[in-house]
Design a protein around this ligand. Structure first.
Ligand code: ADP
Ligand code: MG
Length: 268
């Protein structure tokens, strides 16, 4: 490398850093050599570098969105065994994966017994939204209520609410496992009310609608909450027994012994 080349290489590295183009910086020499060998013209070379930079930016942004969503486990629809859950309409799930419901601010409600795939499907839909560039946050309802109560204590409630209003999709997992305190129920209601017609919400619950009052503790509040959630809502029932239980039964040897696995109902 002669003196001028060294100088321009140093300057180029500096400019690419200043312009915040790390992928072009990392790839420019390799790409230049390849383009020279393949007789790609200057504009073609520039195009290839810009494409690499854009792809890497998109990959990083997608990873950030996925992290910010706080999924408890990453689950996709490809891993979902529809034959084991015939009550779930596969066509509807495929349509929801395309995320048009987010544009219409529609909600999705999964209702069914524990272990029937509600969280799995809710996560798969929310991950698909993330992949399409949407801002998503997944909460177990108990976790959200605790976060809201803590934020209130620390006079940070307005800040938290404002963060929640910036989302495209809010997932409320396991509504109804633990009875909520009066204040907790009010704060939860406030989140759902604010989201109404502004942010789509996916809810999973093992509770039939009649039992929501028991958990939220207030008939009027529950009515209003249900009214908002179920207006413009896709309701998906996951019927039947737990997938883990079905799986355990499938794995159980035909000549079963008393030590064969038995299912335990998760706490309600
Ligand atoms: P729920 O939220 O209804 O209690 P989960 O979605 O947590 O149930 O499912 C329990 C476990 O079983 C998870 O590991 C999930 O991935 C798996 N699972 C449930 N249903 C299916 C299915 N139809 N195909 C594949 N895995 C399933
Ligand atoms: Mg669940």
């Amino acid at each position: 490398m002669n003196k001028t080349e060294t100088k321009s290489a140093v300057l180029l590295r500096h400019h690419l850093k200043a312009l915040k183009l790390p992928t072009i910086l990392a790839e420019c020499e390799k790409t230049a050599a390849r383009c020279a060998a393949e007789n790609v013209d200057h504009l073609g070379f520039l195009l290839q570098l810009c494409e690499l930079e854009l792809l890497e930016r998109e990959r990083k942004a997608a990873a950030r969105r996925l992290k910010a969503a706080h999924f408890p486990a990453l689950k996709t629809v490809d891993e979902f065994h529809f034959a084991a859950q015939p009550s779930v309409n596969k066509m509807l799930i495929s349509e929801l994966l395309r995320c048009a419901y987010l544009e219409h601010r529609e909600n999705v409600l999964f209702i069914g017994n524990p272990g029937t795939g509600k969280t799995h499907l809710a996560t798969a839909l929310a991950m698909s939204a993330c992949a399409l560039g949407k801002r998503v946050r997944f909460f177990r309802v108990t976790e959200l209520v605790t976060t809201l109560l803590e934020a209130r204590e620390e006079h940070q409630l307005a800040r938290l609410r404002s963060r929640l209003t910036k989302l495209d999709l809010l997932v409320l997992d396991e509504l109804g496992y633990v009875p909520t305190s009066k204040l907790g129920a009010e704060l939860l209601f406030d989140v759902v009310s604010t989201a109404y017609e502004r942010t789509s919400v996916i809810v999973t619950t093992n509770l039939p609608f009649e039992q929501w009052t028991e958990v939220l503790g207030n008939e009027r509040l529950t009515g209003a909450l249900l009214d908002r959630l179920t207006h413009r809502c896709h309701i998906i029932e996951t019927k039947g027994e737990s997938y883990r239980l079905q799986d355990a039964k499938r794995r159980r040897p035909k000549t079963g012994t008393p030590s064969a696995p038995t299912a335990q109902a998760p706490p309600l």
